[in-house]
Design a binder for this molecule. Structure first.
Ligand code: SF4
Length: 455
C-alpha cells in the first residue's frame, strides 16, 4: 500500500453509512406493514440464517452502539427467555420450519450474561422448533471475556458452535478506563485458551480504533498483544462516534479522541501489521488467514456482508429473533421492536414483535447488489451486474460514475469496460466510494447527524 497523504485523506472525513444494509436503517419505517412481512416469511423458500438477540449487559462500555439493556436482575433475564420462546412459537406458525438452518448467531448485549443452564435451554428450544440444521451450519456467538466460563463453553460445544467472537477493543489501561471496560490481557487470554481447548474452529477478536487516548504508538502495543492470541480472524472497527444517538458516548471528553489523520495512520499501520504477520484484509475492516473460506468466496464473487460481518452464506433468509433484531430477505429488511414493553405487548397479543422495516424497490435491489459487492470485494464485476439486472451499467449509474470521478482521478478507483476496482489505498475510503451509488445520500447531505464519520 502506498503511503497515504493524510491531508488529502482528511477531506474525505464526512458522515457516511457503514452499509451493513442497503437501504440503510434510516429508511426503515412503519410503511412496511406487518402483513407484508408475514407474507415474505410464509412465501420464503431459501435456507434460513437465525439471529437471536440477547440484549442484557451488567454495565455500559461507553463506545457501544448496540441496543443494550443494563440490568443486574436475574428475573429480567428469565422473563426475556420466556418471551423469546413465545416469539419463536409465533414465528413457526408463519415460516416453514423444515427449511434448512445454515447459520445461527447469538448476538447482544452479552449473550454469556446468561448462565450455561439458560443458554442450553434457549438453544434446545430453538433446535426443537427449527429441527433441520445443516451439518455444515455456521454456529457462532459473541463473547465478552469478562463473563465467560467453562460450563458455558461446554454448552456451546455440545450444540456445535464453531465460531466465537471475543470483544477486546484495546489493551491499554488508559483507554480501557476511559471507555469503562477494564479487561486485562490475561483474562482475555484465558477465555481464548478455553475456546481453543474445546476445539473451536474459528476464533475472531474485535478491536476498535478511534477511542479516547489512542495513538499510533498505543495501538501498536495493542496489536502486538492481540497477535499473541493467534486469532483466525480479526475485526478492526472504526469507532462510530454518534453521541446524539447514544447517551453513553457523551461521557467521552471529545478532545481525547484521535484526529481523522491519526485514525488513518492507525488503520494504515494495522493493515500493514496484519499483512506482515500472515493475514489478508477482507472487506473494509476484517483480516483473516489466507486459508480462510472467506477468500474462496471472494474469488467466486460470493462474499457477502450483513449485520454480523462478512459471510459465505449470503443467499440465506436472515430471520431476527428477540428485541431489536433485524431480519433480511432478498427484498426486505425487518426490525423487531427496540422497546421491551412494546416487544412484550406484541407477543402477549399473539403477534410477532416486528415494528418497522423496508421493502426494496427494483432500484434498491440493484443498488444493494452493487454496494454490497463493493463493500465485500472492493470491486464491481460490471459484466455480471449488467447480465443479472438487465441494465447498461454506464447509463444506469451515470451520476454515480460522475461523482466517482475524483477517486478515479486520484488513482483510488480504476474503471474499465468490465470492472470497477478499488486500489489498495482506496480501500481505506470504501464507504466514501460506495456513497455515490446510494440513491438516498442526497436526502441526507444537509444533515451532519445521520451517520458517523467515514474516516
Ligand atoms: S460493548 Fe458489549 S458488553 Fe459493552 S455495553 Fe456493548 S454490548 Fe454490552
Amino acid at each position: 500500500m502506498s503511503k497515504i497523504n493524510l491531508e488529502q485523506f482528511s477531506k474525505y472525513s464526512k458522515p457516511g453509512p457503514r452499509y451493513t444494509s442497503y437501504p440503510t436503517a434510516l429508511e426503515f419505517s412503519e410503511d412496511f406493514e406487518y402483513d407484508s412481512y408475514i407474507k415474505y416469511l410464509e412465501d420464503g423458500k431459501e435456507a434460513i440464517s437465525l439471529y437471536v438477540h440477547l440484549p442484557f449487559c451488567r454495565s455500559a462500555c461507553y463506545f457501544c452502539g448496540c441496543n443494550v439493556v443494563f440490568t443486574s436482575k436475574s428475573s429480567k433475564l428469565s422473563q426475556y427467555v420466556e418471551y423469546l420462546k413465545r416469539e419463536i412459537d409465533i414465528l413457526v406458525k408463519h415460516i416453514d420450519n423444515s427449511r434448512e438452518v445454515i447459520q445461527f448467531h447469538f448476538g447482544g448485549g452479552t449473550p454469556t450474561f446468561y448462565s450455561a443452564y439458560e443458554l442450553d435451554e434457549i438453544i434446545n428450544y430453538i433446535k426443537d422448533k427449527f429441527p433441520n440444521w445443516s451439518r455444515e451450519a455456521e454456529v457462532s456467538v459473541e463473547i465478552d471475556p469478562r463473563y465467560f466460563n467453562r460450563e458455558q463453553m461446554e454448552v456451546f460445544k455440545k450444540h456445535g458452535f464453531n465460531r466465537i467472537s471475543f470483544g477486546i477493543q484495546d489493551f491499554e489501561d488508559r483507554v480501557q478506563e476511559a471507555v469503562h471496560r477494564v479487561q486485562p490481557y490475561e483474562l482475555t487470554k484465558e477465555a481464548v485458551d478455553l475456546a481453543r481447548e474445546f476445539g473451536i474452529d474459528s476464533i475472531n477478536t474485535d478491536l476498535i480504533y478511534g477511542l479516547p487516548y489512542q495513538t499510533l504508538e498505543s495501538f501498536k502495543r495493542t496489536l502486538e498483544k492481540v497477535l499473541t492470541l493467534n486469532p483466525d480472524r480479526f475485526a478492526v472497527f472504526n469507532y462510530a462516534h454518534v453521541p446524539w444517538l447514544k447517551k453513553t458516548m457523551r461521557k467521552f471528553d471529545e478532545t481525547t479522541l484521535p484526529s481523522p489523520a491519526t485514525k488513518l495512520e492507525i488503520f494504515q499501520y494495522t493493515i500493514e501489521f496484519f499483512q506482515d504477520n500472515g493475514y489478508k484484509m477482507i472487506g473494509m475492516d476484517h483480516f483473516a488467514k489466507p486459508s480462510d473460506e472467506l477468500f474462496g468466496a471472494i474469488a467466486k464473487g460470493e462474499l457477502h456482508r450483513n449485520f454480523q460481518g462478512y459471510t459465505t452464506k449470503g443467499g440465506a433468509n436472515l430471520v431476527g429473533i428477540g428485541l431489536t433484531s433485524i431480519g433480511e430477505g432478498s427484498r426486505y429488511y425487518a426490525q423487531n421492536s427496540k422497546d421491551m414493553k412494546s416487544y412484550e405487548a406484541a407477543i402477549d397479543s399473539g403477534r410477532l414483535p416486528f415494528e418497522r422495516g423496508v421493502e426494496l424497490s427494483d432500484d434498491d435491489y440493484i443498488r444493494k447488489a452493487v454496494i454490497m459487492e463493493l463493500m465485500a470485494n472492493f470491486s464491481i464485476d460490471i459484466a455480471r451486474v449488467e447480465k443479472t439486472h438487465n441494465i447498461d451499467f454506464n447509463n444506469y449509474f451515470e451520476d454515480a460514475l460522475e461523482n466517482l470521478r475524483e477517486f478515479i482521478d486520484e488513482g483510488l478507483v480504476t474503471l474499465s469496460k468490465d470492472k470497477l476496482k478499488v486500489s489498495q489505498t482506496g480501500t481505506l475510503l470504501i464507504r466514501n466510494i460506495a456513497m455515490p451509488f446510494d440513491a438516498y445520500m442526497q436526502k441526507y447531505s444537509g444533515s451532519k447527524k445521520s451517520f458517523s464519520k467515514t474516516v
